[in-house]
Structures are given as structure tokens and as C-alpha cells.
Ligand binder design. Structure first.
Ligand code: PGA
Length: 257
């Protein structure tokens, strides 16, 4: 079944900032102070995923500002001799609610397989973290008509998961990440419909975000696509001004303005 028609979401939209390998202590405190000047609209949830080194120093101030904290990755073992790794319980310990899993930069640069993503999902759930599972096709795969097959394969890690497990999915076409290119509203609508159908087939009813060069000037159009329930923002989340403009744009769309 193809669902490209009207999609009504009852979920609170999420705007999540993925800082990747950016940010020092001084930047973080200034960012939080600047963000606080413009509170998020009620129907928009805001989260930040700074690098590991900033999680603890940012946790307290973000809690006060009602902004959730997340990590960009996790290791699936609980503890032990895994030099350089961070476990899910450690992320909970410093106040994380979310963890990004399966980001294309980890799949493509670090070599994370779907199996590893699967183990990490289980580790996150065991500890009470909410995964933001990233999925997305490469340019060549889209051109070859393989988008849906690639997304199905990446979503298959959810096949045996409990349907009430906390989960957010982020559709991020790899060719749109950090490139300034974005999927067209038609592509976004069609792909999100496919993802929602796949999730429903596996018993999941979760938020699906869009990610890939989301900026203040395209956020409203992308957030208005049926089936889009927020954004995972990279580059534009590094400045409080642009991140806040995206939050406000999402708020206006969610309110129906
Ligand atoms: P971008 O990154 O907004 O810089 O394209 C998005 C992401 O990687 O999540």
C-alpha cells in the first residue's frame, strides 16, 4: 500500500541538533544562553546531541531550559575492557534521553553494520534511552530505484522490537547531508509515507524526522510535508540563531500557520 495522501500526526514534533564533532566548553554555555532567549513553541520538543565531552557540562542547564540531551552514538556492551567506548548506562548517568544510532557517517566512515546498529538498539532500550534511528539511501541507490529496498533493510533491525519501545526514526538521504542539497517535498512526502507504512507493518507507530541540510530557509517547506514530524539538524544547529529559526518554523507548521 502506498500512502502519499493526507497524513495527520498527533505526535509532538522534535527538532534535534546533531553537533557531530564540533563544540568546546565555551561554545556550549554561550549557545544555551542564546537559545534561552527564544523559548520553543509548546508543540515542539527540542533536543541537542553535543559530543560526549559536553554531555555532562550541558546536562544541568539544558534540563532547566526544557531541552532534552542526547548522545551521537553508544557502544553496545555494558562495561569492561572496551578502550575508548561509552556505554548506554553511562549516557543515562549523565542525563541523556536520546541516542542517535545508524547515522550514515558512522555507517560509512566508521563501518557500522546493520548488525551493530541492532545490538546498539537493544543496549539503548535495556537502559531506557530513546534511539533516533537514522536511515537513508546514497545518491546512486536513489538513481537506481533502490531507495525503498535500502530503507527496508535498514528498518529491518526493528522487526523483533517491542512495539511500545521508545523510538524515533530519522530519514536522512545521504546525498543531502552536509551538501546543501535537500530532497524535494515530493520525495520527502513519498519516502516518509513508505517509512510510516514499513513501521506500521512491524507494529511501530513512532515519529519520523527528516534530516539533510535542513536550514532556516527550507525548514517550513520540509516540515509541512505529510509524515514529517520534526528534523535532525546538523550544520544549522551549531548556531543558536539558525537552530532557533528552525524550531520556530516547525512550531508554525505544527500549529497550522
Ligand atoms: P546537515 O546534517 O544538517 O549538516 O546536513 C544532518 C545530519 O547529519 O544529521
Amino acid at each position: 500500500m502506498k500512502r502519499t495522501a493526507k497524513f495527520t500526526s498527533h505526535k509532538r514534533h522534535l527538532i534535534a541538533g546533531n553537533w557531530k564533532m564540533n563544540g568546546l566548553l565555551g561554545d556550549a554555555q554561550q549557545f544555551i544562553a542564546d537559545l534561552a532567549d527564544n523559548p520553543a513553541p509548546d508543540h515542539v520538543e527540542v533536543a541537542l546531541m553535543p559530543p560526549f565531552t559536553l554531555l555532562h557540562p550541558m546536562a544541568e542547564s539544558l534540563r532547566e531550559k526544557d531541552v532534552r540531551l542526547g548522545a551521537q552514538s553508544v557502544y553496545f556492551e555494558k562495561n569492561g575492557a572496551f578502550t575508548g567506548s561509552i556505554s548506554a548506562i553511562m549516557l543515562r548517568d549523565v542525563g541523556c534521553h536520546y541516542v542517535i544510532l545508524g547515522h550514515s557517517e558512522r555507517r560509512d566512515i566508521i563501518g557500522e553494520s546493520n548488525n551493530i546498529v541492532h545490538s546498539k538498539l537493544d543496549a539503548a532500550w535495556e537502559t531506557g534511552l530513546e534511539p533516533i534511528l537514522c536511515i537513508g539511501e546514497h545518491q546512486q541507490e536513489r538513481e537506481n530505484g533502490k531507495t525503498n529496498a535500502v530503507l527496508s533493510e535498514q528498518l529491518s533491525v526493528l522487526a523483533k522490537a517491542r512495539s511500545d519501545a521508545p523510538l524515533t526514526v530519522a530519514y536522512e538521504p545521504v546525498w543531502a547531508i552536509g551538501t546543501g542539497l535537500t530532497a524535494t517535498p515530493e520525495q520527502v512526502t513519498e519516502t516518509h509515507a513508505f517509512i510510516h507504512d514499513e513501521l506500521a507493518r512491524m507494529g511501530h507507530d513512532c515519529r519520523v524526522l527528516y534530516g539533510g541540510s535542513v536550514k532556516p530557509d527550507n525548514a517550513a517547506a520540509l516540515m509541512a510535508c505529510p509524515g514529517v514530524e520534526g528534523a535532525l539538524v546538523g550544520g544549522a544547529s551549531l548556531q543558536a540563531t539558525s537552530f532557533n529559526q528552525i524550531i520556530q518554523a516547525a512550531g508554525n507548521v505544527a500549529k497550522g500557520e
